[in-house]
Design a protein around this ligand. Structure first.
Ligand SMILES: Cc1cc2nc3c(=O)[nH]c(=O)nc-3n(C[C@H](O)[C@H](O)[C@H](O)COP(=O)(O)OP(=O)(O)OC[C@H]3O[C@@H](n4cnc5c(N)ncnc54)[C@H](O)[C@@H]3O)c2cc1C
Length: 388
């Protein structure tokens, strides 16, 4: 597929193949061991999916949010950890792709490597000091000739230690306000960059979301992705819509997996003394399964609506961006909680993959912008108050 431009259906077919052959068989073991799947990333690279949204002139497929959401949901149904790695990569690639003209010369070979499947990127925004308020970094870049030096404590970075590059936020050297940040591209081999701790999360255990430390890292001006103080705009315009869409797609994949897992348990597990399966025997379980399906399809429709808004932006687009992630976080928790209840002791004692889905589903709501912050932003927008 590399070297050819992919269309939506071909991308989805690739995602399905990778999900069933490379992701599903090892998702359980990788979750248990907290093991990052380099094989999954290699498969995504070989298939051309790492360059999904990059323009054809750098070797990408030039596909849009519709395909991105469908591919991410497909991966998440098999392994949400890998889907989150993919999502953060697509965001890193999009931000590098949107680099200011003076960074284009340095960015182009990087984008070509991404499209060729040899370069994984990610975002390093959240800082220990400002926590989930990633739009207000505590660190401040310092001038160093034409470039800068950055010291920062990045608290969670998906694919830490596995990515080839990190898109890093830091206050601009002369920035005045708390959101006057700049985005920089920091290569993994940069001196002073280190993995600052382990990743042992409740869920998404196989995505290496460890903290990283930048200790006086030198970044040349050619790797400055935005103009000074324009990082916040890039976060809002480039990152936020795709991040919210992607996390909603991960939630959808988890919900679909929960519906499938629950259905198959209800069809397979038996009350031998009654001569019936659980599903045949208990209307209450059937009703709960139906509710799971209703919520899952509702989320799917909401994602389609957001895709449509991103394809044809209008006044309500930002509201949809905010609402979709807020809703998706809750739906994923609700649907996977119902699956835990329906599947009872079999789920609780980890005989099924349901409990992994339940744990993974809790990540979306705490990933920034968190569900609480999204509500604040939605209400601010309804009341005509400033968003931030
Ligand atoms: C699996 C995983 C992967 C991640 N990957 C990345 C990554 O690749 N890159 C990256 O930059 N970050 C990443 N993060 C970090 C993430 O985006 C958040 O920054 C982080 O989860 C925030 O946690 P915290 O404890 O610091 O939240 P806190 O800021 O301490 O929030 C605690 C609580 O307060 C609530 N709260 C905060 N502000 C408000 C408000 N204004 N109004 C109402 N309630 C509020 C929150 O919703 C939350 O419930 C990742 C996190 C996880 C869990």
């Amino acid at each position: 597929m590399l070297g050819e431009v992919m269309i939506h259906e071909a991308a989805l077919l690739k995602a399905r193949e990778i999900a069933s052959h490379a992701l599903a068989p090892s998702a359980g073991q990788n979750d248990k061991a907290g093991r990052f799947s380099a094989e999954a990333v290699a498969s995504l690279g070989e298939s051309g999916l790492l360059g999904l949204m990059l323009p054809p002139d750098v070797g990408g497929s030039g596909l849009g949010p519709r395909t991105f959401a469908a591919v991410t949901a497909t991966l998440a149904k098999a392994d949400a950890s890998v889907a989150m790695v993919y999502l953060m990569h697509i965001l890193g690639a999009a931000t590098i792709g949107a680099a200011r003209p003076s960074a284009a010369q340095a960015a182009t070979p990087m984008l070509q490597e991404i499209a060729a499947g040899r370069h994984l990127s990610t975002l390093a925004f959240s800082e220990a000091g400002s926590r989930s308020h990633f739009w207000t970094p505590i660190s401040r870049a310092r001038r160093n000739g034409n470039g800068v030096r950055i010291s920062a404590k990045k608290s969670w970075v998906t694919s830490a230690g596995h990515a080839q590059s990190y898109v890093v936020s830091s206050l601009a050297p002369e920035g005045v306000g708390p959101t006057d940040s700049t985005l920089y591209l920091v290569l993994a081999e940069t001196r002073g960059l280190s993995i600052a701790g382990p990743w042992d999360g409740l869920g998404l255990r196989a995505n290496a979301s460890a903290p990283i430390a930048l200790d006086d890292c030198e970044v040349p001006s050619s790797f400055q992705l935005t103009d000074d103080g324009k990082g916040f705009q890039a976060m809002l315009n480039v990152v936020l819509p795709l991040f919210n869409l992607g996390t909603a797609a991960v939630a959808l994949g988890l919900c679909r997996a929960a519906v499938d897992g629950t259905s198959s348990h209800l069809k397979g597990a038996k009350f031998e003394h009654l001569g019936q399966t659980l599903g045949e025997s208990l209307p209450t379980l059937r009703a709960q399964l139906a509710s799971m399906q209703i919520e899952t399809d509702g989320l799917s429709a909401r994602i389609d609506d957001l895709v449509e808004h991103l394809e044809k932006p209008r006044e309500t687009t930002m509201l949809r961006v905010l609402e979709t992630k807020a809703a998706a976080g809750e739906v994923a928790i609700s649907v996977t909680s119902a699956a835990m209840r329906i599947c009872g002791g079999a789920a609780f004692s980890k005989h099924l993959s349901i409990e992994r889905l339940f744990r993974d589903a809790h990540a979306g709501a705490v990933m920034a912008p968190t569900g609480d912050v999204l509500r604040e932003l939605i209400a601010n927008s309804l009341l005509g108050m400033p968003l931030f």
